[in-house]
Design a protein. Structure first.
Length: 41
């Protein structure tokens, strides 16, 4: 019998979108989104 443990897929990383929104839109929420996007790796 095989003991095949399937790992769940990693969540999507929106770091690029977080950086772009920080540059072009909202600095305060953009910084928070960069922090949380980098934690999801």
């Amino acid at each position: 019998m095989e003991n095949n443990m399937n790992m769940p897929p990693k969540p999507d990383n929106y770091l690029v979108w977080a950086i772009l929104s920080t540059i072009f839109c909202c600095i305060g929420t953009g910084i928070a989104s960069i922090i949380y996007a980098s934690k999801s790796k």
